[in-house]
Ligand binder design. Structure first.
Ligand code: ASP
Length: 422
């Protein structure tokens, strides 16, 4: 049986087991199953940082063409930014059209808020994100340079690690060729060993997905899903549309690649993203699938995917767009065009600043609401369905990275073929 089929079975069995536990009102049992899933996520995260660093270093060390490196980066970042901006705009448009906030009557709103008030944790987290929003562009640029790369590693500061790895990789081109030739096979071997490790860890995936999904389902507040049905459906609907229509078309038109093959090749990546809610945890498997199933060159994979896992969050952008409009509707605020444009801008930046780990999108949403003058308490309204929406948005966040890698790779290959002709 293929791995993605096993993962899918694990997911379905997890939903069934979780529902059963919830029905029997013994949802607490889930806490005993969950560690299997957590072990899996930790193992993948354990590999992610060395894999990012070594693969970027080995790619840039072999990438003597600096112009190509710049071009690849520019194409990737442009695709990310355009996709995220478009994703927010689509989220705003859909929420304005379907008006999910209008159908939430004041009684239901008060009931949800009262239940959530009991859990004060989110308020503190959100207060922290307000401070993060005050970071200036200069602060952001400075944060790209790690004063201490080991601390960046320990703290999982991906952008800083990417900068360090690119610079060190490039520096290998400045040393004596004889020495560089000794280092390259070493980096390559370490890269292969890490990939072999990912493949070993992936054997745990079906069981881990079962554990993660069973525990989420057992503890999920289904009454929240029903109370916020319109909001949840609009958010998920826009995400599904964006995934298949926008990324499908982009892969087809810009990458000249059949969208069905693209989605089929990434089935296990999508299922993992859904089950783990973490772009960072899925990164190693995504790198392997993009290279081996989609035939994307290692240079592009090593560069675009880690960058994407850190800054490209189109699922989170849609979530920000729909949520901002939904909360404004519930609070009876009619958003002006200027406020909507502000949301597009800040939500794109907020998504860039969202780390690829579970549940960060709802924290960065505070930045978006704050910028458009929408009450932050609104976050309390949607926190009950946060987990399921996080699972969905992570699928888009990850698939968007793969789409970007494919498009950049194919455009570079076309360019090389053209040059060979001349
Ligand atoms: N969980 C998402 C991811 O890892 C980020 C978010 O919370 O929106 O991609």
């Amino acid at each position: 049986m293929k791995l993605h089929t096993k993962i899918l079975l694990g997911l379905l069995a997890g939903v069934a087991a979780g529902l059963l536990l919830a029905l029997l009102q013994i949802g607490g049992v889930a806490a005993y199953i969950r560690p299997v899933g957590d072990i899996f996520i930790k193992l993948l995260k354990m590999i992610a940082i060395p894999l990012i660093m070594i693969s970027i270093m080995s790619a840039t060390a072999a990438f003597v063409d600096l112009k190509k490196l710049g071009r690849v980066g520019l194409k990737g970042v442009s695709f990310f930014l355009v996709s995220m901006g478009f994703a927010v705009a689509l989220g705003i448009a859909a929420a304005t059209l379907f008006q999910p906030g209008k159908s939430l009557d004041p009684e239901r709103k008060a009931a949800i808020m009262a239940e959530i008030q009991a859990d004060g944790d989110w308020r503190q987290q959100i207060a922290g994100s307000g401070q993060a929003a005050q970071k200036s562009v200069a602060d952001f640029l400075l944060s790209l340079i790690p004063a201490n790369p080991f601390r960046a590693m320990a703290e999982g500061d991906m952008l800083a690690l990417i900068t360090f790895s690119i610079l060190l990789g490039l520096a290998f081109n400045l040393i004596a060729p004889g020495k560089k030739d000794k280092v390259l096979p070493l980096l390559d071997a370490a890269n292969d060993a890490l990939i072999a490790l990912v493949k070993g860890v992936m054997k745990l995936a079906p069981l881990a997905v079962f554990a993660l999904i069973a525990s989420v389902t057992a503890q999920f507040g289904f009454h929240f899903l029903l109370a916020l049905l319109e909001y949840s459906l609009v958010t998920m609907g826009v995400m599904a549309f964006f995934l298949f229509a926008y990324y499908g078309l982009a892969v087809w038109l810009l990458g000249r690649f059949h969208p069905l093959t693209f989605f089929k090749s990434l089935r296990s990546v999508g299922l993992l993203a859904f089950s783990t809610s973490s772009s960072n945890a899925v990164l190693p498997e995504n790198m392997i699938s993009c290279e081996q199933k989609l035939g994307i060159g290692r240079g592009v994979v090593s560069f675009i995917l880690p960058l994407g896992a850190t800054i490209n969050m189109s699922g989170t952008s849609i979530y920000h767009g729909v949520s901002a409009v939904f909360i404004a509707q519930v609070f009876g605020i009619a958003l002006t065009l200027q406020q909507q444009l502000t949301i597009v801008l800040t939500a794109t930046l907020a998504a860039v600043g969202t780390a690829g780990i579970p549940g960060i999108g709802i924290i960065t949403l505070a930045m978006v609401l704050g910028s458009a003058g929408i009450p932050l308490e609104g976050i309390g309204l949607i926190i009950g369905v946060e987990r399921i929406l996080d699972m969905c948005r992570t699928v888009l966040n990850v698939m968007g990275d793969s789409a970007a890698a494919l498009i950049v790779d194919r455009s570079e290959k076309r360019r090389e073929r053209k040059r060979a002709w001349i």
